[in-house]
Design a protein around this ligand. Structure first.
Ligand code: SF4
Ligand code: SF4
Length: 173
């Protein structure tokens, strides 16, 4: 479970100059790094505002990543996309494990799918392909478990399942 600490502030990330969510360990550091301070300054968020912030970035289709360091502290939750996110691109384009896949993968229940096409083009990892005649198909080995496709499905036809519960994705983070 993600725990919100005393400081939770949107800050500008180096890749996109987009607002990420920084946590307490950055409290001392961020004010000394003007490049990462948004134009309207640093704002301290309470838990409700932090959740609302993350929900608003989810609605835009961004992918969330959790950043740790010094371990075990979580220092930031980033919301970004491809091809902007430097960490994800290191992984997808150069096979360098700068970030890890999520604990889940997405699966489609075709019995619930009405082939509305809402999930078409939502996947930033090229894991979901959509055929107007057959509906969506998910390549589990490409899926990062970001949940964006599941969020798009109003029929609840896409669900996240534990990565380790499926033989071909078990242990592959
Ligand atoms: S959860 Fe869906 S959108 Fe995210 S990587 Fe997997 S298939 Fe793509
Ligand atoms: S959004 Fe849901 S119902 Fe629509 S095509 Fe995708 S899986 Fe099927």
């Amino acid at each position: 479970m993600l725990r919100f600490t005393e400081m939770c502030t949107p800050n500008a990330c180096p890749c996109k100059f987009f607002n990420c969510l920084g946590f307490t360990p950055l409290r001392e550091i961020l004010p000394k790094l003007p490049r990462f301070i948004p134009e309207n300054g640093l704002e301290i968020l309470d838990k409700e505002k932090a959740v609302s912030f993350l929900e608003s970035t989810s609605e835009k289709g961004y992918v969330h990543s959790i950043w740790a360091g010094p371990l075990p502290a979580i220092v930031a939750v980033c919301s970004c996309d491809l091809p902007t996110c430097g960490a994800i691109r290191l992984r997808t384009d150069f096979d360098i494990n700068a970030c890890w896949k999520g604990h889940y993968v997405a699966t489609v229940n075709l019995d619930k799918c009405i082939q509305c096409g809402n999930c078409n083009d939502i996947c930033q990892f090229d894991a979901l392909s959509y055929d107007p005649n057959k509906g969506p198909r998910i390549d589990l080995e490409k899926c990062y478990g970001c949940s964006n496709c599941a969020e798009m499905c109003l029929e609840n036809a896409i669900q996240l399942v534990e990565r380790d519960s499926i033989p071909i994705t078990r242990g592959k983070y």
